[in-house]
Each structure stands twice: as C-alpha cells, then as structure tokens.
Design a protein around this ligand. Structure first.
Ligand code: GLC
Length: 533
C-alpha cells in the first residue's frame, strides 16, 4: 500500500497577512502567496496551511469570520484562491485551509439573526443564557483572552458565550443545523479542490450541557493570563466533540481517503498528550493529525526531550500517525526561545523525528520575536491583557524577501514592523549563503525526501546524556543515526557497532563532525545525520 502524502509531507504554515503583499496595502494577499510558490517548492515543503482568508472584520485577524465561503477583500477574491490552488497543485503542493468552526464573527449574518430576538429561528445557533439567579453572568467561565466569557445583550436580556473575544460568539455545536451548515462549508472548499483543513480550537467546540462553574486552577500564578485562573474542565474537551470530529472526518474521507488524493484534517488541540490521543478517534477515525505542540513547550534539555518523544511514541494509538510542530502564529518563535545556534538543532530535530513536521513561515530564516512598540500593537490578546508578553504580533511580522525597501514584502509600510536585521536576514541573502539556516532547511527537506527512513522509518532512541540526544531512523536497508548536541560543549560519542562504518549525510556545522575509530566528535551546537554502511 502506498503511504498517504500527509504522512510523508512537510507542512508549511503561512500567515497570509505577512507573507507577500501585491496590492500595496501593507497586508499580504493570495496573489502574493501564488507569486512565492516557487520559493516554497525550493524550500522543499509539500503542503501549505494558510491561516484564515475569509471575509472578516479582522478583530482577531481572520479568526473572526463573517462569511465562511468567500475571501476577504484584503486577501483578494475567490478567483485568486482558485488560481492559487491551481498554481500550487501544478507544482505538486497541497493546500490546507483554516476552518474556524467554534465561533464566528459577531458580524456574521447568522449571529445578526440569532441576536435579533429570542424567537429568532437562529437563536439557538449560538449559546444564549439567562443571568445567574442573583444576576450577573451565567457561570464563572473566563475568555481565553481574559475577562468573563459571557457578554450581556441588552436588547434581548440574555448573555451569549464567547471563548475568545466578545466579537467571536461561540456557535452552538449541539444544534444539528449548525453542524449541517458547517459541514456544508467544508464541502464548499473541498469541492473547490482544497486538500484539507487545519481545524481551529477543536477541543473547545462542545461545552458541558449544564454549564457548571469551572474549578480553580491551583497552579495559577499572576502573569500566566487570566484564563489560567480556572481549569477549563467543563468548557472544553467534552466527550460529544468526538462524534463531530468523526463526522468531519467522514466528509473529508468522502472526497479522498487514500494515497495522493487523501483529504486531511489537522486538529488544533492544546491538551495533555493522553487527552490529545482521543482526537485520533476510537471506533470511528477523527483527525489524521491532532497537532502535537510539545516541542514548543518542552524545556530544551536532552533528557526531557527524550522523555517527551518516548512518551508520545508510546501513547500513540494503533495506526495513529505522529506529528511535530516547532512554532505557529500564537506562540513565541523557536529562534526566540532557543537562540540562533539551537534553532538549527531544532530544525534537524523537527525534520528527523518520526511524524509529519509543521514549519512556521520565517522560522526557516531564524526570524525571532520582534519587539513591538506599544503604539504598533495590533493583537487583541495583547491589547486586552497588556504587558504579560502574551501578545502575538511579535511572531506575525512580515516575511523578508530581499534587501529592497520593506524587504520586498510590500511597496508600502507593512501592517507590522519588520525585524531589525531584515537587510541581511532575508531570503535572497540567505539563499546565497550555504551556511545559513535557510540552506540547512533546504538540505534537511531534500534529505528527508531522499531517505525514506527519515519520513516513514522506525524510531529508536540510542543515547541520551548531558546535552546529547542520539536516535536511529530505519527503513528497509536504510539505517540512519541522528545525533544532536543541545549545548556548547563538544562531545566524543562512542557509536554503536553497526554505525562505525558510516557516512556523514548532513551536519549543521561548517567544519563538520568527524567519525574516527567509531567515535563521533560532535562539535558545539552541532547536529549530524549519519548513514550506516
Ligand atoms: C486559535 C488560533 C488563534 C485564535 C484563536 C481564536 O487558537 O490559532 O490565533 O486567536 O484560535 O480563534
């Protein structure tokens, strides 16, 4: 049986506002993405996931959707999307859209109708509740962006629920008509030819039917963000979400379940790994890939990483395909977390672990979090709880293409500032430098394509000590060893017998590691891939 593409592919996340502007408004657009497809082919990725492109008041920059079946004018028109899809497919690139089913914009006609009166046909499409017996919000639930998750509606005398901004009312997924409407949205885009969806906040979609208070979080400390005062026990991860996830999967599978034609669903789920596993599905399959964000949060220490990897491998359900994520549009960038030297090691880790890797645009250049002056802040997360470093603008800054004005991103001032060193840290400059992190990413994707062991091979941990992590990837006759030095101190590593006669396939260092008499001399901040025999 042929391996489905979503198991061997490398996924690249595009934040469309910041990728490439073509109409001189300082905001990226679909034509911009189309213009840069050859760059993505050269980078060696196989699929792009584009954050939301639909009509939106942009209060949460596209995650507040006013029409699920069209394109926002700032990104272009539907025909631009169709063209992008054709251009991408012509190059062998898959295209995934971002489905945001948990909530719409308060400007969506569904919500306008729902809020119009208590008798409205669509009243129950959203979550309306009377005040608590003594007055005030129906329960203690807190919005993920801080403050009560309930918004009072004077006109109809009820509260509505919003897990995020009050401009993002939650849809009522217990209502069959809501389910049907959103399934039609999926069909609309599948019919146009999209290859799948990343599903926004999947674990939020169903809430406990009787809306009990959430319990306090004993680990809460000031600075974590107000949402962490409570454990989201009743507002998220309810058993009923799994039937919905399975129905979504059924729709995807009806468009293609195997090989090159498979349509894929990726769930955004921030849960402990044992809970995450349920989103692969039980009797009925659910997500192909429930996003695994552990590399973002795990302390960068060999032993801790090794334990995380081993545990994840161990708890995967039978047939469950692993995946790994280094960064996204909500979390600090990998180069900001680890520094430039270790961002390179992280690249090797991401692209040599077992499982589908997802790469966030700009991480291939080592972009770091950009300091945003308070007058430039755009992210509602930051605006609502300022000063706690929760804002996401720093990781959403424009992609730098060259050293021309505005880094070739736009002819005008971009919607967010560029990073300070954009005149050297840009695609054109780094593509010329064989030692750049961009060149490293290209070598890694090429190697991954070339050696099946890296994509579909088995994974065995070989050695964990101090700053050193060594593992084997093996498929048929291919046997590779990956050795990472997570620190500054060079190491001498005794290699297993079978890898003594090995070839160096890749090193992150300019003067690559040496293997002498079965001992690997791994330099400071160096990672290598060796091939046995
Ligand atoms: C997801 C998105 C995030 C957005 C939120 C609300 O977590 O990744 O960017 O703000 O959902 O839609």
């Amino acid at each position: 049986m042929t391996t489905p593409w979503w198991q061997t592919c490398v996924i690249y996340q595009i934040y469309p506002r910041s990728f490439q502007d073509t109409n001189d408004d300082g905001i990226g657009d679909l034509r911009g993405i189309a213009r840069r497809l050859d760059y993505l082919v050269g980078l060696g990725v196989d699929a792009i996931w584009i954050s939301p492109i639909y009509p939106s008041p942009m209060v949460d920059f596209g995650y507040d959707i006013a029409d699920y079946c069209d394109v926002d004018p700032s990104f272009g028109v539907l025909a631009d999307f169709d063209n992008l899809l054709v251009q991408a497919h012509r190059r062998g690139l898959k295209v995934l859209l971002d489905l945001v089913p948990n909530h719409s914009s308060d400007q969506h006609p569904w919500f306008a109708e729902s809020r119009a009166s208590r008798e409205s046909q669509k009243r129950d499409w959203y979550i309306w509740r009377d005040p608590a017996p003594g007055g005030g919000p129906p329960n203690n639930w807190i919005s993920d962006f801080g403050g009560s998750a309930w918004q009072w509606d004077e006109a109809t005398g009820q509260y509505y629920y919003h897990a995020f901004l009050r401009e993002q009312p939650d849809l009522n997924w217990r209502h069959p008509a809501v389910q049907a409407a959103m399934y039609d949205v999926m069909r609309f885009w599948f019919d146009r030819g999209v290859d799948g969806f990343r599903i926004d906040v999947l674990w939020h979609m169903v809430k406990a039917a009787d809306f009990p208070d959430n319990p306090p979080n004993p680990a809460y400390r000031f600075g974590m963000g107000e949402m962490h005062r409570l454990l989201q026990r009743h507002s998220t991860d309810q058993p009923e979400v799994h039937r919905i996830a399975a129905e979504m999967r059924e729709i995807a599978d009806s468009y293609g379940a195997r090989g090159q034609g498979a349509r894929v669903l990726i769930g955004e789920i921030y849960l402990p790994v044992d809970r995450l596993m349920h989103y692969y599905g039980g009797e009925r399959p659910e997500m192909h890939l429930p996003f695994n964000f552990q590399l973002i949060d795990t302390p960068w220490q060999a032993r801790v990483l090794a334990a995380v990897i081993a545990n994840y491998e161990a708890v995967l359900p039978p047939g469950g395909w692993p995946n790994w994520v280094l960064g996204n549009h909500d979390r600090p960038r990998v180069a900001a977390r680890l520094g430039q030297a270790q961002a390179r090691i992280a690249a090797v880790l991401l692209l040599t672990l077992r499982g589908t890797p997802t790469l966030y645009y700009g991480d291939e250049l080592g972009l770091t979090d950009v300091v945003i002056e308070s007058s430039d802040v755009r992210d509602p997360r930051e605006l609502r709880e300022p000063g706690l470093a929760l804002g996401r603008d720093p990781v959403r800054t424009p992609m730098p293409w060259d050293d021309s004005e505005n880094a070739g991103f736009s002819a005008v001032r971009p919607w967010l500032p560029l990073h300070a060193d954009w005149s050297t840290r840009n695609v054109t400059r780094m593509a010329e430098d064989p030692q750049s992190i961009l060149a490293l990413y290209r070598r890694l994707t090429a190697l991954r394509r070339d050696r099946r062991a890296l994509s579909i091979g088995s994974f065995v941990l070989l050695n964990v000590q101090d700053d050193i992590l060594v593992y084997e990837r093996r498929h048929a006759a291919e046997r590779l060893v990956v050795a990472l030095n997570l620190g500054e101190r060079p190491h001498r590593l005794q290699l297993p017998e079978w890898v003594r006669d090995s070839r160096l396939l890749l090193s992150t260092a300019e003067d690559a590691a040496l293997v002498e008499d079965g001992v690997l001399l791994l330099g400071s901040n160096e990672a290598v891939v060796l091939e046995a025999g």
